[in-house]
Design a protein around this ligand. Structure first.
Ligand code: SAM
Length: 225
């Protein structure tokens, strides 16, 4: 392989990294497909983001087979696919403003809702698991981007502060929260909120995050109250 970098796919085969190609999406439009996007397509994953979750899981073992999991901002559903590889029996709930294509696995439930509409989210969730408290919350939510890095990064921090507050209600005490954020000047505003509520936190950038992006994942360990 030309490049030293390798990651493992679902079948545990090494895949090439360090190349990309352009895919035509419409009249005159192209998206750049990197090795993660190409590999995700081959493995029938719904998005390349799964490789970020898989790497975080390999490193931190956040998700265990007996957990009840909430994935916020779940569409199109690749995180849910990754979680289902670990949680085979227990309930996995995904929430997004957009619908996901149905899953064949009976333990994956998706809800189309704004996660900040707490009362309706709680009502929808309790119909599935008889409680609105989860063993872990994963979030890959991103704000609508404007193309202006400072604006987008500020919006991402604000959104994540709200997700930390969301965890006050929907995450069990002593359990963990995974966030995605664009790290920039306002990042300290977020970390202050996390430190108030969680025992520890770690910032981690998986290899599947694009080099040009300030995107990182924040693992918040052990909610205090
Ligand atoms: C990067 S995508 C998530 C990709 C997903 N993790 C996967 O692996 O397929 C971000 C998602 O966050 C959702 N989102 C943004 N704000 C939201 C909100 N307030 N409530 C629910 N979902 C939201 C968007 O609709 C979008 O689908």
């Amino acid at each position: 392989m030309a490049k030293a970098n390798r990651i493992q796919n679902r079948q545990n085969k090494p895949i090439k990294t360090g190349f990309h190609r352009k895919k035509k999406t419409g009249r005159g439009n192209f998206v750049v497909q990197d090795e993660f996007a190409i590999q995700a397509q081959k493995a029938w994953y719904r998005a390349r983001s799964i490789y970020k979750l898989l790497e975080i899981q390999e490193r931190f073992e956040l998700i265990k087979p007996d957990y009840v999991v909430l994935d916020v901002g779940c569409a199109p559903g690749s995180f849910l696919q990754g979680i289902r590889n670990i949680v085979k029996q227990n309930t996995i709930v995904g929430i997004d403003l957009k619908p996901c294509k149905p899953f064949s696995h009976k333990n994956i439930h998706t809800i189309v809702w704004d996660i900040f509409d707490y009362n309706n989210v709680s009502q929808a969730v309790t119909q599935i698991i008889w409680s609105d408290q989860f063993d872990i919350i994963t979030s890959d939510i991103a704000p609508n981007t404007t193309g202006r890095k400072d604006v987008d990064q500020y919006a991402s921090v604000e959104l994540n502060i709200e997700i930390v507050q969301f965890s006050d209600r929907f995450l069990k005490k002593w359990w963990n929260l995974l966030l995605k954020v664009f790290q920039w000047e306002d990042f300290n505003d977020l970390t202050q909120q996390i430190k108030k509520r969680f025992t520890d936190m770690k910032v981690y950038k998986p290899r599947a995050c694009r080099d040009s992006s300030h995107e990182v994942y924040v693992i918040c360990f052990e909610k205090k109250a």
